[in-house]
Design a binder for this molecule. Structure first.
Ligand SMILES: [Ca+2]
Length: 266
């Protein structure tokens, strides 16, 4: 049941991509050979020497000359798997034992000169107080760095007069009403407000659902040469005695230029 939900979430994000006409973060089942594989998302060719990590487990491995890799990691609850390779965008995926039980074929996308990776590793926001039934609480081994993330970024030169995209590779642990409705946590009654995303003090989006590859468009009208991105985690709406921040994990945040527009103009 859990696997079905998870895969639905993954497929849901993949379909969003197809709809948006963006080729990125593709994940599908690899049925012909029971081995995990890293491929180029365009050519489908296996990619050698890609680095596969699960930071919370201190696990690292590399793909072989055919792009194949084995994962001998025990992932009891959801955590972030990264794939990194020179010349490719950092790829991240929510995994657990159910996901890893079946072979994964992960398509990674060639990097664009306009992308700016602005976070490294896994960032935990919150207060380290969470229910065992919270979405994916089991893997919260990183102490919270506070209830918000603040990061500055330069406006990409290719986006002098256009919107940019904030791409959040992976989100785990949101206990919002929507996450609860989707069966992403098992808390009986309570839920939290969504995480909020601000650029230069303007609210540009909210994060309500766990999963991979969230995108938020930032209007050129609020962009400056140097910008501040702030992501604030939500708070438990049923705790009035004190503030209980939603403990969440974010990974793989980058700023992207809408390349189609860029290439169309040049
Ligand atoms: Ca909390």
């Amino acid at each position: 049941m859990k696997k079905t939900l998870l895969l639905s979430v993954i497929y849901c994000f993949v379909s969003q991509f197809v709809l948006a006409g963006v080729i990125s973060g593709k994940v599908d089942r690899y049925d012909t050979n029971y081995q995990n594989k890293i491929v180029d998302s365009k050519t489908q060719e296996g990619l050698s020497n890609a680095k596969i990590t699960i930071p919370e487990l201190h696990y690292t491995t590399y793909s072989d000359k055919n792009g194949a890799f084995q994962l001998n990691a025990d992932v009891n609850s959801q955590t972030v798997l990264f794939v990194e390779k020179e010349g490719y965008k950092v790829f991240s995926l929510t995994v657990d034992n159910n996901v890893l039980k079946n072979p994964l074929k992960l398509g990674i996308e060639q990097s664009s000169p306009f992308d700016m990776q602005i976070t490294d590793g896994v960032i935990h926001l919150g207060d380290n107080m969470f229910s065992d039934n919270s979405a994916n609480s089991g893997d919260f081994r990183i102490n919270a760095n506070g209830h918000y993330l603040s990061q500055t970024f330069k406006r990409p030169s290719a986006a002098a007069n256009q919107d940019v995209i904030i791409r959040i590779g992976t989100i785990i642990g949101l206990d919002t009403k929507k996450a609860k409705q989707l069966g992403q946590n098992r808390i009986a009654k309570v839920y939290s407000s969504p995480a909020e995303v601000f650029v230069n003090g303007h609210k540009v989006g909210v994060l309500e659902v766990n999963g991979d590859n969230h995108t938020i468009v930032v209007s050129k009208s609020i962009l400056k040469d140097t910008n501040e991105l702030v992501i604030k985690t939500g708070r438990n709406l049923f705790q009035t005695e004190y503030v209980d921040y939603d403990d969440i994990e974010l990974a793989n945040i980058r700023i992207e230029v809408q390349e189609k527009t860029y290439y169309a103009r040049h």
